[in-house]
Design a protein around this ligand. Structure first.
Ligand code: FEO
Ligand code: CA
Length: 677
C-alpha cells in the first residue's frame, strides 16, 4: 500500500499489527476487509541493522563506482541528457515489444493490445463433475468444498507429459473477504463497513473457501478449459488432514488434545504464494497464520514469547468460537502447527499433504526453487513482515530427474539459511543449525525442532538483516535471484543512508550467488529497482527514462522469471490515491543501469495482482485477480464503501444477481505465439 492517508480502512494482518484500531478484535465485529499492509511496528524486537540503512550505503557505493547516473537516488538531480543516453543504450537490448496498457482505474481488467485475457476459474466454479452450481445467496460449506475457493493467490502449472497445453493447475486460496462474499451481513456506519458476527455456518464456508485447488486444464481450439472430471482434481481446505514431517514432527510442542503424536494436523491456512518443485509437487506457503487464533494463553505459558514474535493470537477470524483448536486458551500448541511450507503430491488425489518443518516456521510468502549444479535443490523463502528476513533452504540430497519417488522426501533434510546483507555488497547465508553459534540449549534451543519452531528468534540471534517485507523470491538459471520487497512505512525519518522518508513503494534486490552456485553461503547483491513514481523527485524511484507514465509501479509482490529469463512483476497496493492506478503485471527489463518497465495487464478496482505464471513455452500467462471490489472509496468512479450489496465492481460477470468473484485469468496472444515479444 501507499502512503498513510491513502490506505483503505482494511487491514492486512501479515504484518502483525492491526491498522483498524477503530474496530475490535473480539470476534463480535472482527476484521473483514482485505488483509492489507498495516502501518504499525513490525514484530522484530532486535536492533539488527535495517535493510534501508544498508541499501542507502550500497547506493553510495554504486555512486562511487559507476558515477552519478546509476548512483543518484533522486532522479531529478540527474541530467536529462545523461538519462537519455542511457535510455538509448538500453533500447537496443529491449526484450519486451508489446504496446503497453494505459495505467488507470476502472471496474474491469485490461490487457495489452493483441492479447486475450479469458476468465478460466472464478470463486464458486465447479472443480468436479458433480460440483453444485454456485448459488452465492445460499452458499453452504459442503458446496464450497466442491467449488473453486476464494481469493486466488499463487498459481502454478504442472505439465502433463511435458505439454504446455495440458496440465494440472494449482491455485492457493489465501483468505476470505466476508463483506464481499456474504449477503445481508454489512451495515454502513459513519461511512464504514461493519460486519455482523459470524455464525457457525459462515465460519465453515470460510474454512472451505481457504486452502487450494488442484484441477486439470487443457487448451482446446486455442482456449483453456477446465477438465471437470479430471481424475486428480482436488480441493484442499482448512480441514484436510495433513502430516507434519521433518525435525519438528512429533515434538511435544506440536502435540494437542486431538493429536497426541504431534504429527497430524487438520488443514492449511492463509496460503499466499508457493511453488512447484522440480519433481512436480505443489508447494503451499502458510503466511499470516496468526490471524486465525483467538483467546489468551494460560498465565506463564512457555509459548508466550514464541507467539509474541509471530503476533499470535490476532483474532481476525471467528473460527475459534466454533472450533476450539483455534482458541489458544483451549489448545495452546495449535499455532505451532501452522506457519510451515506444505508440499502436496498432485499425482494422487488422496495423498496426505506434508508440512515440511525443515524449511522453518514463519510467515512464508512463497517457496520457489531451482536445481543447483551439484543436484541439490535450493528453495528461496521470504518472511513477509516488516523487519523480517530472507531465507533459503538447501536440500541434503540431490534431485533425480529419472526417479520421481526418490525426490519425494527431499524437503525433510537439508540446511535452512538466513541472509545477512553487508554494506560491501556481499550477502552471507547463515545456517540455522542447532548447536552452532547461539542456537544452543542456553538460549532455549534444545534441538533442531526448537530452531525451526522458533525460526524468527533463531535468525534474530544470528544477526540477520531486517528487510522491508520480503515477498516472492525467484531464482534464475545463471545464478541470479530476484527479491521482491514490497514496502515498509515504519521508517519515518529520512537520513543520509536512506533518501526516502519511508519506503512506501518498495524495491527489488538482485542477488548473484557466488560462482552461480545457489548453495553457496556467499553472494553479491545490488538494488535492481527502487519503485514508485519517477516523476516525483522525493520518491527516489530508479526506473529508466524510457519507462512511461504507465510503466512505473509501486509495491512489488509476486514475480516470475520466464524461460527466456525475463522478469515479470505483479503488485499489491497500487490504488487511486496511492499511485493513481490499480495493481497489475509489469514486464521489467533487467539489463542496463536502470530497469525499463511496461504495463502488460491491469486489474479491476480494489483487486491485487497475484501470479503470474507463464507456461514453459511462454504462450500462456496465468494470473490471479485477488479481492476485486475490496476498495473503491478512493476512486472517483465509486467513492463509497464497497460490500456485497453495493460493490465497486461486479467483475468478472457484471450481472446484478452475481457478486464480484476473484478469478484466475489465462492470457494468450491472438493468433498464438510467445507473450510479450
Ligand atoms: Fe500474502 Fe505477502 O502476501
Ligand atoms: Ca503475495
Amino acid at each position: 500500500m501507499g502512503p498513510g492517508p491513502s490506505r483503505p480502512r482494511g487491514t492486512r494482518f501479515d504484518n502483525g499489527v492491526d491498522e483498524m484500531s477503530d474496530k475490535t478484535s473480539n470476534q463480535s465485529v472482527f476484521r473483514t476487509s482485505r488483509l492489507e499492509e498495516a502501518d504499525g511496528d513490525g514484530l522484530n524486537p532486535t536492533s539488527n541493522r535495517t535493510m534501508g540503512e544498508i541499501i542507502a550505503a550500497r547506493f553510495s557505493r554504486r555512486g562511487f563506482l559507476r558515477g552519478s547516473l546509476a548512483a543518484t537516488a533522486i532522479a531529478a538531480t540527474v541530467s536529462p541528457m545523461a538519462l537519455m543516453t542511457a535510455g538509448k543504450a538500453k533500447a537496443q537490448t529491449a526484450k519486451f515489444s508489446f504496446t503497453e496498457v494505459e495505467a488507470g482505474v476502472d471496474a474491469t481488467h485490461h490487457v495489452a493490445e493483441g492479447y486475450d485475457a479469458d476468465i478460466l476459474l472464478r470463486w464458486g466454479d465447479a472443480v468436479f463433475a458433480d460440483s453444485p452450481d454456485f448459488d452465492p445467496a445460499n452458499q453452504t460449506p459442503e458446496a464450497q468444498a466442491r467449488q473453486f475457493g476464494y481469493n486466488n493467490d499463487y498459481v502454478g502449472f504442472i505439465p502433463i507429459d511435458g505439454s504446455s497445453e495440458h496440465g494440472m493447475l494449482v491455485v492457493n486460496h489465501e483468505y476470505t473477504n466476508e463483506h464481499l462474499m456474504f449477503p445481508g451481513i454489512v451495515t454502513v456506519v459513519d461511512g464504514k463497513v461493519e460486519v455482523a458476527p459470524a455464525d457457525r455456518k459462515r465460519v465453515d464456508i470460510e474454512m472451505a473457501a481457504h486452502g487450494g485447488t488442484i484441477v486439470e486444464i487443457r487448451k482446446d481450439g486455442g482456449k483453456w478449459q477446465v477438465v471437470r472430471d479430471g481424475a486428480r482434481n482436488r480441493r484442499i481446505t482448512s480441514t484436510t488432514e495433513m502430516e507434519l514431517t521433518g525435525p519438528a514432527a512429533g515434538h511435544d510442542r506440536l502435540k494437542t488434545s486431538a493429536d497426541a503424536t504431534g504429527t497430524k494436523v487438520l488443514g492449511t491456512i492463509n496460503n499466499c504464494a508457493g511453488g512447484v518443485t522440480p519433481w512436480g509437487t505443489y508447494i503451499m506457503a502458510e503466511e499470516n497464520f496468526h490471524g486465525y487464533f483467538i483467546g489468551e494463553l494460560p498465565e506463564g505459558h512457555p509459548e508466550a514469547e514464541n507467539y509474541k514474535r509471530y503476533g499470535v493470537p490476532d483474532g481476525s477470524y471467528a473460527w475459534g468460537n466454533f472450533h476450539e483448536r483455534f482458541d489458544v486458551s483451549k489448545e495452546p500448541n495449535e499455532p505451532n502447527r501452522f506457519g510451515w511450507v506444505v508440499e502436496v503430491d498432485v499425482a494422487d488425489p488422496n495423498s496426505v499433504p506434508k508440512k515440511r518443518t525443515a524449511l522453518g516456521r514463519f510467515k512464508h510468502e512463497g517457496a520457489e526453487s531451482i536445481v543447483n549444479k551439484d543436484g541439490r535443490v535450493v528453495f528461496y523463502l521470504g518472511d513477509d513482515e516488516r523487519f523480517d528476513y530472507v531465507y533459503k533452504f538447501v536440500t541434503a540430497g540431490t534431485y533425480d530427474e529419472n526417479d520421481r519417488a526418490a525426490n519425494m522426501n527431499l524437503l525433510d533434510e537439508g540446511t535452512l539459511y538466513v541472509a545477512k546483507f553487508e554494506e560491501a555488497g556481499t550477502v552471507t547465508w547463515m545456517p540455522l543449525v542447532h548447536g552452532e553459534g547461539p542456537l544452543t540449549a542456553e538460549n532455549g534451543f534444545a534441538s533442531q525442532a526448537d530452531v525451526v519452531i522458533e525460526t524468527r528468534r533463531a535468525a534474530d540471534l544470528l544477526g540477520a538483516t531486517p528487510m522491508d517485507r520480503p515477498e516472492d523470491i525467484e531464482p534464475h538459471g545463471d545464478g541470479r535471484v530476484y527479491v521482491m520487497l514490497t514496502n515498509n512505512t515504519r521508517r519515518k525519518e529520512a537520513n543520509a543512508a536512506n533518501p526516502r522518508v519511508d519506503n512506501a513503494f518498495g524495491h527489488i534486490i538482485e542477488i548473484n550467488e557466488e560462482g552461480g552456485d545457489f548453495a553457496s553461503t556467499e553472494g553479491r547483491w545490488e538494488i535492481l529497482l527502487k519503485c514508485g513514481d519517477p516523476s516525483v523527485a522525493e520518491v527516489g524511484a530508479t526506473f529508466s527514462t524510457e519507462t512511461t507514465r504507465n510503466g512505473w509501479f509501486g509495491m512489488p509482490d509476486n514475480c516470475a522469471v520466464d524461460s527466456d529469463g525475463r522478469l515479470w512483476v505483479s503488485t499489491d497496493g497500487n490504488s487511486p490515491k496511492a499511485t493513481g492506478r490499480t495493481d497489475g503485471l509489469w514486464a521489467v527489463e533487467t539489463e542496463g543501469e536502470r530497469p525499463t518497465s511496461k504495463l502488460f495487464f491491469r486489474v479491476p478496482i480494489g483487486a491485487e495482482m497475484c501470479g503470474p505464471l507463464p507456461t514453459p513455452d511462454l504462450t500462456t500467462f496465468f494470473v490471479a485477480v485477488q479481492h476485486p471490489a475490496d476498495g473503491g472509496d478512493d476512486w472517483e468512479g465509486f467513492g463509497r464503501p464497497s460490500y456485497y450489496e453495493d460493490l465497486s465492481t461486479r467483475w468478472p460477470d457484471f450481472r446484478d444477481d452475481m457478486p464480484v468473484r476473484p478469478a484466475v485469468v489465462a492470457i494468450t496472444r491472438q493468433g498464438g505465439g510467445k507473450i510479450g515479444v
